[in-house]
Design a binder for this molecule. Structure first.
Ligand SMILES: Cc1ncc(COP(=O)(O)O)c(C=O)c1O
Length: 402
């Protein structure tokens, strides 16, 4: 494999992390189902346990198929080490628990995936960790919130579901000034569109369920970070037990081979559908960082090479009419999640943010008529036809008056 800098994103997606096993000659990555691995003698076992020998030992600790996926992600993100988990939430919760202790504090930007928000808001305080949320655009507020006990700055960009863009370079600079590590959930962008480590981030997280896997057929997560800091994350993964299963690791590694190719189409579809919706008479507002009117457009242009396949918009109607329109879609699936080849649509108040309180939803600007489309790789004309037909069910102003 040529050096990482000498290759383009598609070549990296296909070849990064590959192992050339001359003996078996395999091209596809083998699935190693073994739960345990033998040592030749007790000395080898002890050397492994004391960290003096790298080997396979037990599949809750590490597994060759999982490692193949990890090496590919580490290389795609430009990080030193990646660790895979059984879900995005397992990756997020394990990272947070590995970095924070009783008495510590975390500063997080407010617009986060609903599960992450719930974990930080409800679970961390139970372990004596203080939580401060700040507005994602308020860099001064962020800096002011970082106190002597802050041990982690946590953010997500673009955010779920309003696609707010956080200035990665600025946040990483604050973290460096304050000497606090920073972590970002890069799920919505994927490492093809955005590589936060290059902007100074310590940790990058993904729900691998989404773009990395890419086919709605696995649940997984990943944390990428510097080798020394990842030791603590590995210890926590080992003890909390959240490592990815080898079958899912195989699917993930295989899925990532087409990541760059898929992202090209996701980006094209995102832009085409956002532009179409921006002109649509039944649409009040469109959220997509690729549109020049989006408040984060200039930052997105600086830190992203594509704007992704998620577009959110407010239907110019109430909750019921919005639900009816979403239910009228035929090609797009009414389903949570994103990042697969099939287009998925949801109303965040009925899915990802169902368990977030109405007050907090209002604070995050998540209204009842907000719809999130996670565009797949279908042809844009077909997607537009499906959307237009469904939006026909929304009464126009004149029809509503009649
Ligand atoms: C941005 C983001 N992060 C994390 C998660 C959680 O991932 P998982 O469902 O794989 O646990 C999600 C799930 O929707 C997400 O959208």
């Amino acid at each position: 494999m040529p050096s990482r800098d000498a290759t383009g994103p598609s070549t990296r997606s296909v070849h990064a992390g590959r192992v050339r096993d001359r003996e078996s000659g395999h091209v596809a990555t083998p699935i190693h189902l073994s739960s345990t691995f033998f040592s030749r003698n007790t000395r080898e076992l002890i050397e492994y346990l004391e960290g003096r020998r790298s080997a396979n030992f037990y599949s809750r600790y590490s597994n060759p198929t999982v490692e193949a996926a990890e090496e590919k992600i580490a290389e795609l993100e430009g990080g030193e080490r990646a660790l895979c988990f059984g879900s995005g939430m397992a990756a997020i919760s394990t990272l947070l628990l590995s970095q924070l202790r009783h008495g510590d504090g975390i500063v997080a930007t407010r617009e986060l995936y609903g599960g992450t928000f719930e974990f930080i808001e409800r679970m961390l305080p139970r372990w004596g960790i203080s939580v401060t949320f700040v507005d994602p655009g308020d860099l001064r507020g962020l800096e002011a919130a970082v106190g002597p006990m802050t041990r982690l700055i946590y953010t997500e960009t673009p955010t779920n579901p309003r696609l707010t863009v956080v200035d990665l370079r600025a946040v990483a600079e604050i973290a460096r000034r304050k000497q606090v590590p920073c972590a970002v959930d890069n799920t919505f962008a994927s490492p093809i569109n955005q590589r936060p480590i290059g902007f100074g981030f310590d940790f990058v997280l993904h729900s691998a369920t989404k773009y990395l896997g890419g086919h709605c057929d696995l649940i997984g997560g990943v944390v990428v970070g510097p080798r020394d800091r990842m030791k603590e994350v590995w210890q926590h993964r080992k003890l909390l037990g959240g490592i990815l299963d080898p079958h899912a690791a195989y699917l993930l590694e295989r899925g990532m081979k087409t990541l760059a190719l898929r992202m090209e189409r996701h980006n094209e579809n995102g832009l085409a559908i956002a532009r179409h919706l921006a002109e649509h008479p039944r649409v009040r507002r469109v959220f997509y960082p690729g549109l020049p009117g989006h408040p984060g457009h200039e930052i997105a242009k600086r830190q992203m090479s594509g704007f992704g396949g998620v577009v959110s918009f407010e239907v110019d109607a109430g909750k019921e009419e919005t639900t009816r329109a979403v239910e009228a879609l035929e090609l797009m699936y009414l389903a949570p999640s994103l990042g697969g080849v099939e287009t998925l649509v949801s109303q965040p108040t009925n899915t990802s943010h169902y368990f977030v309180s109405p007050e907090e939803r209002a604070a995050q600007g998540i209204s009842d008529s907000l719809v999130r489309i996670a565009l797949g790789i279908e042809d844009p004309a077909d997607l537009i036809r499906d959307l237009d037909r469904a939006l026909e069910t929304v009464p126009s102003e004149e029809r509503a008056r009649r």
